[in-house]
Every structure is written in structure tokens, then in C-alpha cells.
Design a protein around this ligand. Structure first.
Ligand code: IVH
Length: 680
């Protein structure tokens, strides 16, 4: 990016982030999730660090929180209420230690053995409490860090805030902590709000903040907030013994009568910190309060003083944030991949970004419809999501961050792999379609397209369960001229393979044997392996069941196909197109010559489930989906991908999807695995 672009980006980011901050801090009504906010803030902080000449005076990086509402009396903080620097990975944790070690012990030092204190980062509202002569005198919100709002009356309604301290107490003490709403209370309140048709609370943090902003303390009381103290900002009492460590401050707060959260640890080094982080990550979903990370402090208070504060945050403390499931990034390019059927799939390439703990640099956009739905252009800033092991996806475009230089994407008119002609086709909407919910798709029409070719071979070996041959081997065999299509696999010899460099005799033998074993595949698997457009597992099974032999399928006409339940015109057109194509006919002939003969399909007549159609949803306790399907089919039943009036049973497991609601709506009988096993 050139200077002007960077300057513009910084300005746009400031504008958007300030808007989000206002929604979050002042209106208690955020329009984006914390992850998205953090992600943009991170980008801005990085840019400001590298280009200090472009830092805006109103930059959110240097500010803390929102401005106080006018409704409450302003409260000037004697000790500024700071914020924390976030860290997002273990790597950054170690970097932080390196930085502070250098400050403490000179630039040549690699790291210092520091003791740390770990505690939970509660997701609520930061408040400060002042006790004079052991009595709760005043309390306030953070506001902008220097001036907050006096919310004493509301704080008095929180049972976990002691109104008087246990002796011995200092003459004056200022305690910092987090006002929070438990998940239980949050759920209960939202249920009531829902019943009364009132707007729901967005999350526990906003619920806590909103409650403390109620002008009437009775309303605040009704919200049942809790409080966890985490720091002592100030003690004025020369006779009172001084804490030397942050852990001692926690112990003192407990003695003074605060209910302290017990998830804390004095860690001797970062390995122990890291273990604490990992251990709580497991408990976190079950914990009754919202948390968004772990606060890690250098435990020794005199070292804290040496390290000091920069800007809005202390150097001696960091907030480790648990992996965000959403992040923002920039779409650098959209490329197009050619699938085995020749279908073009657009792929977004991003600035590499960490989401849910791993680096993401691309995501499929599925099809042109998806790009249009998102309104996505190359250069856009997007929100991406990756929950757990789920494949990353683009959720939305942050249109306000556009510069005007974004480029509209259009599908190429020639195949990016072979230059072949691209054709636009309209498809159906069956669940077993290769391309998810396809409505319009673009295909490369070149029969010999190398990308199609290698991918169709991969599909073929997967469908026939030839597990010894993967994409790399196929590519190698093709490059060596040993195969031109999948049918050639069946005439490979051990000598062909073991002659190849880095190909042991043993693996050559394995491969040849494995391929030979698959010469008589089940009919449905064989149909599937051909990679006919719109013919997935379910359609292949329908065809096999209906015709019984491959010859009958290959010689059927459109009317025959149209007769079959579940097969629509897009599928029958595709079947006819496949079987009348000379190139495919040649391939099928070669397969046959090379000894491939699919079994005939004996339809189970009068089986226990004959005439019954099943739909599966969720995870079954003991059976895999495949096993359940096999059982249904071998008992004469049918498996369909979506619930309809024709569904006999919905077989459900854990975490059922929308099919469950659909079944309830249509009055389809819902059964579990035990019911099912009793039927077969
Ligand atoms: S220490 C120097 N400890 O996180 C700042 N903060 O991003 C002192 N928070 O404003 C903060 N739990 O609202 C600290 N155990 C904890 C915390 C905690 C939640 C919040 C607090 C603070 C924000 C910093």
C-alpha cells in the first residue's frame, strides 16, 4: 500500500471503530461482535505503530471506553482507570515477556524469570469502589478512564459488593473490579423479556452495563448483578501493611470481605501461565460468567512500577484473549478453481489472519450467487468465521470500509486451467448435489481439461475406496504417462510402479492389489465414481435400486429417468448428456475392457423397511451415518436428504439440525437410534 492508501485506511478504520465504540460503550447496543471489533482494532493499532505520521488525533487506540452519559453525575478518577493490551497467541505471550525483560535487564537479555499472576478476564463492566473508614462511600464506571459516572446507588444493589469492610481495613481504599451478570440470570431475564415482547439483551456484558445505567436503582436491583474484585488502585493509610505482590492484593481483598473468584494462579514462568490458560479454556463454556480471556500480571508490584504504563495500558499486564471465532481481513483476490465436473468454484484469498487459533488465508465462496449475495468485491474488508474445526467462511462485507477502488468480480469466460469454453448451467436444489444449493453454475466444457481430469480421477478412486491412491500419486502417474484416465489404473503392473523413483516394491504391490480388489464395485458406488453432474450418493443409489444393472442405466432414455422418484429434469438431462457423450462412452468401454464390472444391484423386496423413506439428522450414539444408511438400504428402505411429506421417519441423534423442526412441522415421525435398531 502506498502512503495515501494507508492514511485513508487509518481514517476509515478510526471512523468505523469509533462508531462501534459508541454503540458498545454508550448505547450498550453493539452491531458487531467483540471479535470483529478486536480484529479491526488490531489492524489499526498495527498500522499506527508502523506509520505514526498518520495517527489521527481522535484515534480510538489512545482512548479508553465511552464518554459518560449526561444522566449521571460525573466522577473524576483519582487514579486513572486503564485498559489492557490484548494478546492473541502463545507466541505473543512470549514476545511480551521478551519486551519487558529487555526493559528490565537491558537490550541483550533474551528473557527473565518473572513470576506471574493469572486471573480470569470477566466480561462485564469495570467499576471502581471507594471505601472510607471501612464503609462503601462511592462507586463509578470507567467512562473515558479519567472521568466516569457516579453509579453509587446502583452499585449498592449488588450483594457481592460489601457495604462495609471486615476489620482490619485501611482508612481509605479504592477497589477495582468487574460488575457482571451470570449466564443463568441472563437467560432467565431474556426469557421474561421475550414473554413480554420486549427487546432482548444482547449478551451478559451489555446486560450488566445496561443494568448499571438504569437511573432507578430498583431497576438495577432487579437485574441481579454480581461483582468480582481484581485490583487495588489506591490505599491511603500509612499504618496499613503494604502488599508487595498482586497476589497479596487478592488475598487482602478476600480478607476485607470480597468474594474472590478462585480461578487464579501464581505462575513461576510462562509455561505455567500457558497451562492455566489451556486448563480454563476447557472449563470456560461451563463457567457461570462470561469471560473473554485471562489477565496475566507481573506479580511483583515493585517490578510493575518499574515497567510502568504506556498510553492507555500498563506494560506489566496483558490480556490473553481466547481465540476469536470471527475476524476481519481483506480480500486480496478471487481465483477460480475447476472441479471434477468442470464446475468453477470461486475462492477468496485473504491477508492471512488468525481465526479460532489457526491461520486462514482463503475460503471458498461456493458460487457466483454467494458472491452476489454478499455483494463482495476484490479489495473488500470482510468478516470471516471459523468455528472449531469448521471450514472458514465469509460472513459479510464491511461496506463502510470501502475506498472506491474495490473491483467487481466476474466469472471468467474461458477456463483458467485449459482455456476451454465456459458454459452457464442451471441446476436443481437437491441435498445430495455435488455443489451445495446450486442454482446457477459455470462449467468448463473441455472434455480434456487437465484440472477436471485429475480431480475426476481423485473422485473416482475415493468413490471406489481405492485408498492406496491419492491425488499426489495420481498426478505422478499422469505426469509419467502411465495413466490418461482412471480406467488405466486397472492395467497398471507392479513393474510400472516400482520403476518410479522413490516408489518401493511394497507400495507398488499394495497399490496394484488394492486396485484389483475394486474391479467389481457395488453398482451405486460405481455410478457415483463417474462424477456425473448432479449425481451424488443418493441419486446413485436411487438409480442402482431402480435399474439394477449398469447396462440398463447406460441405455435408458430421458423418460425412464424422469419416472424415478426424486430425480428431477436437471438430473435426467445431465444423465442423458453424460451417457450420449462420445468421450464418456470411450471411457466406459475402456473400463469394461480393463476388467471393471460393477455388481448388479439386488433390490431388497419385502425387507423390514421396504417402502419406508428415512432422513437422518444429528450424531447417532453408536452408528455412523454410513452404517445407518447401509442398514436402511439392506432392509429395503430408502434414505432421502431432506424432510418432506413422503418421509416416513426422521432418525435423530445429538445436535439435530433444521431437519428436526421441519419434521415436527410436517408431523413426520421422529425416532432415535434405539427405536431404529428395533425396526431392523
Ligand atoms: S485488570 C490496568 N483484571 O478488562 C487495567 N481487568 O481490557 C486493569 N477485566 O477495564 C484491569 N476482568 O473491565 C483486570 N481480572 C481482571 C479483569 C479485568 C475483567 C476488564 C476490565 C478492564 C478490561 C481491560
Amino acid at each position: 500500500m502506498d502512503d495515501q492508501k494507508i492514511k485513508n485506511r487509518i481514517e476509515k478504520l478510526c471512523e468505523e471503530i469509533n462508531r462501534f465504540r459508541h454503540e458498545y460503550h454508550t448505547l450498550d447496543n453493539p452491531s458487531v461482535s467483540d471479535d470483529v471489533y478486536d480484529s479491526l482494532m488490531r489492524e489499526l493499532r498495527e498500522l499506527e505503530k508502523n506509520y505514526p505520521q498518520f495517527v489521527n488525533p481522535g484515534s480510538p487506540v489512545e482512548r479508553v471506553g465511552g464518554s459518560p452519559l449526561d444522566k449521571f453525575v460525573k466522577f473524576a478518577h483519582k487514579v486513572r482507570m486503564l485498559s489492557l493490551n490484548d494478546i492473541f497467541s502463545k507466541e505473543e505471550l512470549y514476545d511480551w515477556e521478551k519486551r519487558i525483560s529487555k526493559l528490565l535487564n537491558g537490550p541483550t537479555v533474551k528473557s527473565t524469570n518473572l513470576e506471574y499472576f493469572c486471573e480470569l478476564k470477566f466480561d462485564g463492566l469495570a467499576v471502581t469502589l471507594i471505601y472510607e473508614n471501612g464503609v462503601f462511600a462511592r462507586g463509578a464506571t470507567r467512562g473515558d478512564g479519567s472521568v466516569g459516572e457516579d453509579i453509587t446507588q446502583n452499585l449498592r444493589t449488588i450483594d457481592m459488593i460489601p457495604l462495609s469492610l471486615k476489620a482490619p481495613f485501611p482508612k481509605y481504599i479504592e477497589v477495582r473490579g468487574e460488575a457482571v451478570m451470570s449466564k443463568k440470570v441472563f437467560i432467565k431475564l431474556n426469557k421474561e423479556l421475550e414473554k413480554n415482547n420486549k427487546p432482548l439483551l444482547a449478551n451478559t456484558r451489555n446486560a450488566a452495563a445496561g443494568s448499571l445505567r438504569q437511573l432507578d436503582p430498583k431497576l438495577a436491583r432487579a437485574r441481579h448483578l454480581d461483582f468480582f474484585a481484581y485490583d487495588i488502585a489506591d490505599i491511603e493509610d500509612s499504618k496499613f501493611p503494604k502488599s508487595k505482590k498482586h497476589s497479596e492484593e487478592h488475598a487482602l481483598l478476600k480478607k476485607l470481605g470480597f468474594e474472590m473468584d478462585e480461578h487464579t494462579k501464581i505462575a513461576k514462568n510462562l509455561e505455567e501461565v500457558s497451562k492455566f490458560i489451556d486448563a480454563f479454556e476447557k472449563d470456560r463454556p461451563k463457567f457461570d460468567y462470561g469471560t473473554d480471556g485471562i489477565v496475566i500480571s507481573v506479580n511483583d508490584l515493585s517490578i510493575q512500577t518499574k515497567l510502568g504504563i504506556v498510553g492507555r495500558a500498563p506494560r506489566y499486564m496483558s490480556a490473553y484473549k481466547y481465540p476469536a471465532e470471527k475476524a476481519t481481513t481483506k480480500v486480496l483476490d478471487i481465483t477460480v478453481q475447476v472441479g471434477r465436473t468442470g464446475v468453477l468454484t470461486p475462492l477468496a484469498h485473504f491477508t492471512p489472519t488468525i481465526v479460532a487459533g489457526s491461520k486462514v488465508s482463503k475460503a471458498t465462496l461456493h458460487n457466483m450467487d454467494q458472491i452476489e449475495r454478499l455483494g463482495l468485491k476484490v479489495g473488500d474488508t470482510v468478516v470471516i468465521q471459523k468455528a472449531g474445526d469448521v471450514i472458514p467462511e465469509v460472513l459479510e462485507v464491511l461496506i463502510k470500509l470501502r475506498t472506491g477502488k474495490e473491483k467487481k468480480f466476474s466469472m471468467p469466460t474461458k477456463c483458467p486451467e485449459c482455456g476451454g469454453v465456459i458454459e452457464k448451467k442451471f441446476g436443481g436444489k437437491r441435498s445430495d448435489l455435488e455443489e451445495p444449493n446450486l442454482s446457477v453454475a459455470y462449467y468448463c466444457t473441455n472434455k480434456n481439461c487437465p484440472a477436471k481430469n485429475i480431480r475426476s480421477m481423485v473422485h473416482f478412486v475415493n468413490a471406489l475406496e481405492i485408498y492406496t491412491v491419492g491425488p499426489k500419486i495420481l498426478e505422478r502417474l499422469k505426469d509419467e504417462g502411465l495413466i490418461t484416465d482412471a480406467s488405466d489404473l486397472f492395467i497398471l503392473t507392479e513393474a510400472d510402479l516400482s520403476g518410479l523413483e522413490r516408489f518401493g516394491e511394497k507400495s507398488a504391490k499394495n497399490i496394484v492389489e488394492n486396485i484389483a480388489e475394486k474391479k467389481n464395485p457395488p453398482l451405486d458406488r460405481f455410478i457415483m465414481s463417474l462424477g456425473i453432474i448432479h449425481v451424488g450418493e443418493e441419486t446413485a443409489r436411487d438409480l442402482a435400486g431402480y435399474f439394477g444393472s449398469f447396462e440398463k442405466i447406460a441405455n435408458a432414455n430421458k423418460e425412464d429417468f424422469d419416472d424415478i422418484e426424486n430425480i428431477g429434469p436437471a438430473v435426467s438431462d445431465s444423465l442423458i448428456a453424460y451417457f450420449t457423450d462420445a468421450h464418456n462412452q470411450k471411457f466406459l468401454k475402456k473400463l469394461s475392457l480393463n476388467g471393471v464390472k460393477p455388481k448388479t444391484f439386488a433390490k431388497v423386496k419385502g425387507g423390514a423397511l421396504s417402502g419406508k423413506t428415512f432422513v437422518l439428522t444429528g450424531t447417532l450414539p453408536t452408528l455412523s451415518r454410513e452404517d445407518a444408511k447401509k442398514k436402511i438400504i439392506s432392509a429395503g428402505g430408502k434414505v432421502s436428504g431432506s424432510v418432506s411429506k413422503n418421509t416416513s421417519y426422521l432418525l435423530t441423534g445429538d445436535n439435530p439440525g433444521s431437519k428436526y423442526t421441519e419434521a415436527e412441522k410436517l408431523g413426520v415421525k421422529v425416532i432415535d437410534e434405539a427405536n431404529f435398531l428395533a425396526m431392523v
